[in-house]
Design a protein around this ligand. Structure first.
Ligand code: FMN
Length: 201
């Protein structure tokens, strides 16, 4: 579902703006879990003293930061798994923050538009039993909005398990509404970004 809503965003933006898209699929092509340790070990270490693993991790962090710095707009699609952050996305954040351009206090992409699409099987509204159990979205907001200074919009596609979970049968209509709204929000966010990028061009 997160991918489908992000696809709606991307298709709209490409239609509006003819935008070039760079995709990085962290689920199909995961970042190595030990890359952060290796790149962190290169800090202050002359190039000739780095191990091949350390240099490869450093180069990977540089590539990820290059991709991000080159982007006029960012969309991230991520599911909620076990109430916490995606390990893949966490590794992506960690590696980018290891790049000197993103060192604490640096905001090389501040003010750019970012859109976070979060898919959740259940419901986490304020008046539900699971309110406050999504420990991932606040973390993503902290990094994207507060640490990197991006102009962030969060689109939430909830109740995605309603149609395959008998106990959620009575929530199916609501689930359809919530998910249709997520696609509508993705379309209008993409149009808004398209317009402002076109004006700035
Ligand atoms: C291992 C695993 C853990 C999950 N944990 C949660 C969870 O903590 N809360 C929740 O609402 N949904 C949970 N789900 C459901 C997914 O968030 C939901 O199916 C979501 O739509 C998946 O994203 P996608 O549709 O983009 O693939 C979990 C699914 C899996 C496979």
């Amino acid at each position: 579902m997160s991918r489908a809503v992000a696809d709606t965003f991307q298709e709209t933006l490409v239609r509006e703006l003819g935008a070039d898209v760079v995709q990085r699929d962290l689920a199909l092509d995961p970042l190595p879990a030990d890359a952060w340790t290796h790149t962190a070990a290169t800090r202050g270490l002359p190039v000739e003293e780095r191990s091949p693993e350390q240099q490869a991790a450093y180069d990977l962090a540089t590539t990820l930061a290059d991709e991000l710095v080159a982007a006029d707009a960012l969309v991230i699609a991520v599911p909620l798994y076990n109430f916490g952050v995606s390990q893949h996305l966490k590794t992506w954040f960690d590696l980018i923050i290891a790049d000197p351009r993103f060192a604490p206090g640096q905001q090389p992409i501040a003010g750019r538009p970012a859109t976070l699409v979060v898919a959740r099987g259940g419901g986490y509204g304020e008046d539900t039993p699971r309110a406050g159990w999504d420990h991932a979205t606040p973390y993503y907001e902290r990094i994207l909005s507060d640490v990197w200074g991006l102009d962030l919009t969060v689109i939430e596609a909830e109740l995605t398990l309603a149609h395959v979970t008998p106990a959620m049968a009575e929530l199916r209509e609501l689930a359809d509404q919530v998910q249709n709204r997520a696609h509508d929000d993705a379309r209008s966010r993409a149009r808004q970004i398209g317009e402002s990028l076109r004006r700035a061009a």
